[in-house]
Ligand binder design. Structure first.
Ligand code: NAI
Length: 346
């Protein structure tokens, strides 16, 4: 399918190609829906091989933001920005300032924030040219890791409610959790899991992060390509999307998949493959909504205490999706879509 046909069929409202030759910025902003409110969604920085790959990633991510905001009951729509490049490249500051100028022209229909590859430093650069930005270094928490931390906090709540369903208890003491990706969210999740007494098995492409996890969290390291077959109770993908696919699902040795990564299923049919293997899948956009909920809470002026309690409600949404999946005989992913679509119609 062509990009344009896909944009049309998936119900997109707006799609912007951002090219600033002076700073050498090439980026895309995809606005899927503003029906429930302005489109909220972070900005990804990634060395995509082709502009088409970046455009499609922006589209997939923006669409799931619409579902994420709706399932979380937030008055926001879904959007995403994707910048082609690498973290730490010279000139990134000017590129993100240029991106801010494009966002400013959208007049508030899209608000950006951090995602894979970006940090509050990039958001500070965006904030120099537009006010439609969150997750700057001045954001709640000050360290700028607040969104990722709240995402991890929500994933923890989701893991507990899923463990209760599968094992009859949400206690994680002694449970083995395999974490794929030790970035902003994966690292924070490991911290929360350790506090609960879970045993960690970890993998990341960055060996330094793995070494640190071994040292700080007594984690068991495995090679990045072996994390799929690590025997564990819970498998927590916290890196890139598309990791639940024809090649990986058969290798999983867990009863639960629950992690922060966006777009975990390579295709919708993979939710059924997981179900057939007896693995409970926590729908990604429900379990990883903590960051979005925290951003919305910050925009509405809530403090950290209230924000945490709002994030914990992810457990209730997941429980509703599991109950609907059971009663309607559908996958948990399908049940989550039904819940989100009902919210969108409201
Ligand atoms: P990040 O860029 O800080 O970390 C990603 C980590 O995954 C990096 O350390 C990278 O080396 C590692 N990685 C990449 N491919 C890997 C592989 N094949 N095997 C093992 N490790 C691999 O990103 P962040 O912010 O931690 O996000 C992680 C996931 O969670 C992404 O899918 C993101 O879209 C999603 N997410 C993030 C939110 C946030 O607040 N940061 C909110 C909701 C979802």
């Amino acid at each position: 399918m062509t990009l344009w046909a896909e944009l049309d069929q998936s119900g997109f409202e707006q799609f912007v190609w951002c090219r600033d030759r002076e700073s050498d910025l090439e980026a895309f902003i995809a606005i899927h829906s503003t029906a429930r409110g302005p489109a909220l969604g972070g900005c990804r920085l990634w060395p995509y091989a082709r502009p088409e790959d970046a455009a499609r990633d922006a589209m997939r991510l923006a669409r799931s933001m619409t579902y994420k905001a709706a399932a979380a009951g937030l008055p926001y729509g879904g959007g995403k920005a994707v910048v082609i490049g690498r973290a730490g490249d010279a000139g990134n500051d000017r590129r993100f300032e240029a991106l801010g100028r494009f966002i400013e022209r959208l007049n508030g229909s899209y608000l950006t924030g951090v995602d894979v590859g970006t940090t509050p430093m990039e958001m500070d650069a965006v904030a120099r040219t537009t006010g439609y930005v969150t997750d700057t270094t001045g954001s709640m928490g000050g360290t700028g890791d607040w969104t990722a931390d709240m995402t991890a906090y929500g994933v923890l709540a989701g893991i507990k409610v899923t463990a209760r369903l599968v094992y009859g208890t949400g206690r994680l003491q002694g449970r083995a959790v395999a974490v794929q990706g030790l970035g902003k969210v994966g690292w924070a999740l490991c911290r929360y899991l350790r506090r609960e007494g879970a045993r960690l098995i970890v993998a990341d492409l960055n060996p330094r992060l793995v070494e640190r996890a071994v040292f700080d969290y007594q984690a068991m390291p495995v090679a990045a390509q072996r994390i799929y077959e690590a025997p564990c109770d819970i498998w927590a993908p916290c890196a890139m999307g598309g990791i639940l696919n024809d090649n990986t699902i058969g290798r999983l040795q867990c009863r639960i998949v629950a992690g922060s990564a966006n777009n975990q299923l390579a295709a919708p049919k993979h939710a059924e493959s997981l179900r057939q293997r007896g693995i409970v899948y926590a729908p990604d956009y429900v379990i990883n909504a903590g960051g979005l909920i925290a951003t919305a809470a910050e925009l509405e002026g809530d403090g950290p205490f209230r924000t945490r309690s709002r994030v914990r409600r992810i457990a209730g949404t997941l429980a509703a999706a599991y109950a609907e999946a059971e009663s309607a005989g559908v996958t948990t992913a399908e049940a989550a879509d039904r819940i989100a679509e009902r919210m969108m119609r409201q």
